[in-house]
Design a protein around this ligand. Structure first.
Ligand code: UFG
Length: 340
């Protein structure tokens, strides 16, 4: 069987967009997902875009036996891109053990199996959350890791340490840790996009659902921050740009081009936008008026963070290309499709 890339969480939001980019650049993909926060119909969307339906296995990465059987079944898994994780910050505060179990056990299982089966490379989904509120903006990869504000954030920090320590201890695989800023938008085909379960916690799905009339009003969490318009600032990156970075990081390792066995990259645009700027831009590009009001701050929110993406730009030769206007439009086209 041809060598394959195992994508955990491949039916999820970032995972599905990455599977598309992998297939379009010639990689053979196996998705493993427990479908706890995604839907098998995503496979049809991927097939429509790429012409190929990826192999799919429903399994939980915390289940060592099931994952061992999967590695054995496919025989030649050349690399793993590990997206599968619980990701709701608020839920992680209420259910810390669930988060530690899901996010850490799955990673440890995968690393053990990668060693057992001689898998060459890992791409790991980390987050700018590891920087907390950085002292210097834009934030680069050498900035200090700040104490995590949530169990979710802590799982990303500990995961980075687990990968680092296993490589230090002589594991044979290479790893690329990707620290995402705020991924938004949907594939331009509108065949795949974000499918939040229940009430969205993140800004863009809340914006698009409000615009579509599914939510009454968007709450803007705070306008008394120390920022030009008082609302929080983030670095919003098109999910397709983010997905493409995974392919570049993966190929760099598989082609033997990485400088070190472990490399870390920020994935952002380098540009910070406030919540109110996002609201204004969304209204301008879609022509839809958003019902919103300013409410109090959301506990745990960081005031402002945006990336210094220079390392990824130079070393990976990757740059986030999409404008925020096009990115917001893609999110809106997707919302209109799923709510029609
Ligand atoms: N916001 C609102 N109203 C909403 C939702 C969000 O005003 O209904 C604001 C937030 O206060 C924040 C900004 O929009 O200022 C972005 O919030 P998101 O929830 O979309 O994103 P976060 O930056 O809070 O979180 C994201 C990921 C996390 C990750 C974190 C790292 O969702 O997984 O970035 O900073 F940990």
């Amino acid at each position: 069987m041809a060598a394959s890339i195992l994508v955990t969480g491949g039916t999820g939001y970032i995972g599905s967009h990455t599977v598309v980019e992998l297939q379009q650049s010639g990689h053979r993909v196996i998705i493993v997902d427990n479908l706890s926060n995604s839907n098998k119909s995503v496979l049809g969307g991927i097939a429509k875009i790429t012409g190929t339906r990826p192999d799919f296995e429903q399994a939980d990465c915390t289940d060592f036996k099931a994952m061992d059987a999967l590695f054995a079944k496919y025989g030649d898994i050349k690399a793993v891109i590990h997206f599968a994780a619980s990701k709701a910050v608020g839920e992680s505060v209420e259910k810390p053990l669930l988060y530690y179990r899901n996010n850490l056990t799955s990673l440890i299982n995968l690393l053990e199996l990668m060693s057992k089966y001689g898998t060459e490379a890992l791409v790991f989904s980390s987050s700018c959350t590891v920087y907390g509120q950085p002292d210097v903006l834009p934030v680069n990869e050498d900035a200090p890791i700040k104490p995590a504000l949530s169990p979710y954030g802590n799982t990303k920090q500990i995961s980075e340490e687990i990968i680092t320590d296993s490589i230090k201890a002589g594991a044979r695989y290479k790893a690329s840790i990707l620290r995402y800023f705020n991924p938004i938008g949907a594939h331009p085909s509108a065949e795949i996009g974000e499918l939040p379960l229940g009430v969205p916690q993140n800004l863009i799905p809340y914006v698009t659902q409000t615009a579509a009339g599914l939510r009454e009003m968007l709450s803007v969490f705070g306008n008394d921050y120390n920022t030009p318009d008082g609302s929080c600032i983030r670095d919003y990156i098109h999910v397709v740009d983010l997905a493409k970075a995974h392919v570049v990081a993966l190929d760099r390792m598989l082609d033997g081009k990485s400088a070190d066995k472990l490399e870390i990259f920020n994935l952002g645009t380098g540009k910070g936008l406030s919540v109110l700027e996002i609201v204004e831009t969304f209204q301008r590009v879609t022509g839809v008026k958003l019902n919103y009001r300013i409410v109090g701050r959301r506990p745990g929110d960081i005031e402002q963070v945006w990336a210094d993406p220079e390392k990824a730009n130079k070393v990976l030769g990757w740059t986030a290309r999409e404008t925020v206007e096009e990115t917001l439009l893609s999110a809106w086209r997707w919302q209109q499709k799923i709510s029609s």
